[in-house]
Design a protein around this ligand. Structure first.
Ligand SMILES: [Zn+2]
Length: 375
């Protein structure tokens, strides 16, 4: 089936939704207003969507079935509340912080739901839909974790509508992030010379991290980074306090575990030298678990096939850190891909090509209807 006629018919609806959603601020953990708008939108269609404690909005469509497929698009953006959200439309491009990631996918998903309801398109099994929270940054996938805690034993496949249709994310990169703080007596740089400095232990930790040879298994990739190191009072003061943020990432579970051990050794040596050193894990995204490779391959290629059918673009298969990390860690086949073409992700110059939302709508609708076919 070709859904281009529906895409034409619902194009204005997609734009209307996108224009409205774009201007509602939604930093991770503060998605309330966006979620409320979606809940009211669904209520108009006769769909009762429920809000869970993590601020996910959930609803189901289709005939009752024990096993379900999850479709989700996240409501949060990386932008703080104070970021001006002004949408610019020059006829070809839409520009606004968060316009693509992930507002466009949320808008197309809602318009597809509207189309399914209004056109009475058949779904022979239950599909679970979620406008989920806290996908970005230190949101730590809180929304997705809650969905899998509540529904995980019924979910066969998980499809996140995220980013653009240039890539299909089918492998998850796990990461751990740490905030390390050191405190010392400090003092005058001349008169108290010899007192301990709070910057020194953090500098030593940094050097030791950069001596690590990242582990490799097969064609895995493992990285580390010290992103922020700050502290001290003035040039003539021995620093009394300092803090740093560091992370490591890997697309391989064993390598992630190896990095965890290496970091723990570095931290424990540092604590011996500096008793008032605290380490807090501020980020935790799990790695790939045992996902059936055939099922994952089938799902990824189906998405890639639909993208190619409607856009002519052959998307890349990529590793990433997305809502897929949670299902992947549980061994559930999961992919993430988007329903538009755009760029400038996570910048205030973010943009998308308006006419890309039409093939995007077709890809989304066909993916949903295929998952609704009887097994
Ligand atoms: Zn996103």
């Amino acid at each position: 089936m070709d859904f281009s006629l529906f895409a034409e018919e619902y194009f204005d609806e997609v734009l209307r939704l996108l224009r409205h959603l774009c201007t509602i601020p939604a930093p991770s953990g503060e998605e309330d207003e966006r979620v409320r708008f979606c809940q009211e939108y669904l209520a108009e269609l006769g769909i009762e969507a429920t809000l869970d404690p993590a601020k996910n909005l959930l609803w189901t469509l289709g005939a009752p079935s024990q096993r379900v497929t999850l479709f989700m698009a996240h409501t949060d953006t990386v932008f703080p509340r104070a970021t001006p959200l002004k949408l610019a439309d020059d006829g070809t491009f839409l520009r606004c912080p968060g316009v693509g990631d992930d507002t466009a996918n949320l808008a197309v998903m809602l318009a597809c739901v509207r189309c399914i309801v209004e056109k009475k398109l058949p779904l022979h099994r239950t599909l679970l839909f979620a406008a989920d929270s806290c996908e970005e940054g230190l949101g730590n996938l809180k929304g997705c974790r809650q969905i899998f805690a509540d529904w995980g034993d019924r979910i066969d496949r998980s499809i996140s509508l995220d980013c653009s249709y240039r890539g299909v994310y089918c492998r998850s990169v796990g990461s751990h992030r740490y905030q390390i703080t050191a405190e010392t007596e400090g003092g005058h740089s001349y008169f108290a010379f010899g007192n301990k400095s709070a910057i020194l232990p953090l500098a030593e930790i940094t050097c030791q991290i950069y001596e690590i040879e990242p582990p490799v298994v097969g064609n895995s990739k493992t990285t580390y980074n010290v992103g922020i190191l700050s502290g001290g009072t003035s040039v003539n003061t021995i620093p009394q306090s300092a803090t740093m943020l560091a992370e490591y990432r890997s697309d391989h579970r064993e390598c992630l575990a190896e990095m965890e051990t290496r970091f723990a050794q570095i931290f424990s040596r540092a604590k011996e030298a500096c008793p008032r050193l605290t380490v807090e894990r501020v980020g935790d995204r799990p790695c790939m678990g045992e996902v059936d490779p055939r099922a994952l391959d089938e799902l990824s290629h189906r998405a890639a096939g639909l993208i190619q059918k409607y856009t002519g673009i052959c998307p890349e298969f990529r590793s990433g850190s997305t809502d897929c990390n949670i299902p992947h860690s549980l061994g559930i086949p999961a992919i993430a891909f988007g329903l538009y073409d755009g760029g400038g992700f996570h910048t205030t110059e973010e943009w998308l090509r308006k006419d890309s939302l039409k093939p995007g709508f077709c890809i989304g609708l066909e993916m949903i209807l295929r998952e609704g076919e009887a097994e």
